[in-house]
Design a protein around this ligand. Structure first.
Ligand SMILES: Cc1ncc(COP(=O)(O)O)c(C=O)c1O
Length: 179
């Protein structure tokens, strides 16, 4: 059943089955991707970029990395809850290893320009691009969250009627991440 589920998920999000990893939910997925990237890429840089409106699963992962000596830029959003692609561009540094932006905000529902950020990051192939897609299922944003530049996606089962304590991540084949 696990392999059947993996194949079904892969088909639904147009990924390969070996790019799907099961987790206990969104919190574990976000923690794994963010800290796993930081640890795997720390010899290349210690700077991460995210937004001020991420879920605590992302925010607290970033805060923990700051205690370990990483440097995190928290981008603001406008009055309607949208992050600006220009702000992402301006925040990128030679030592940036990750950009993490949620797809759909869990409080106000703003859908972030994650595809445009993906276009921007085509020029920065060494930066890991993570999208917390926990609130994106059933919102008609599949094309956005499957932008080819996105390296990691987080999903949580209980947001779409699966049992609590289930979830999965998409990790693009070949991306460095510590386990
Ligand atoms: C955007 C977002 N990310 C992560 C999470 C955490 O997911 P979970 O409850 O499966 O740990 C949530 C949960 O509400 C969420 O809304």
């Amino acid at each position: 059943m696990v392999e059947q589920s993996r194949a079904q998920i892969a088909q639904l999000i147009h990924a390969q089955p070996e790019e799907i990893y099961f987790t206990s939910g969104g919190t574990e997925g976000d923690n794994w991707i963010i800290k796993g990237t930081a640890m795997a890429k720390r010899q290349f840089g210690k700077h991460l970029i995210t937004t001020q409106i991420e879920h605590p699963a992302v925010r607290n992962s970033m805060a923990q990395l700051e205690k370990l000596g990483f440097d995190v830029t928290y981008l603001p959003v406008d009055s309607r809850g949208f992050v600006s692609v220009d702000d992402v561009r301006a925040a990128i540094r030679p030592d940036t290893i990750m950009v993490s932006v949620m797809a759909v905000n869990n409080e106000v529902g703003s859908i972030q320009p994650i595809d445009q950020i993906g276009d921007l990051l085509q020029d920065y192939p060494t930066i890991h691009y993570h999208v917390d897609a926990v609130q994106s299922v059933g919102k008609g944003v599949l094309a956005k969250i499957r932008h080819p530049r996105i390296d990691f996606l987080t999903f949580s089962g209980h947001k779409f009627h699966a049992p609590r304590g289930t979830g999965f991540i998409f990790a693009k084949a070949g991306r460095m991440i510590d386990h």
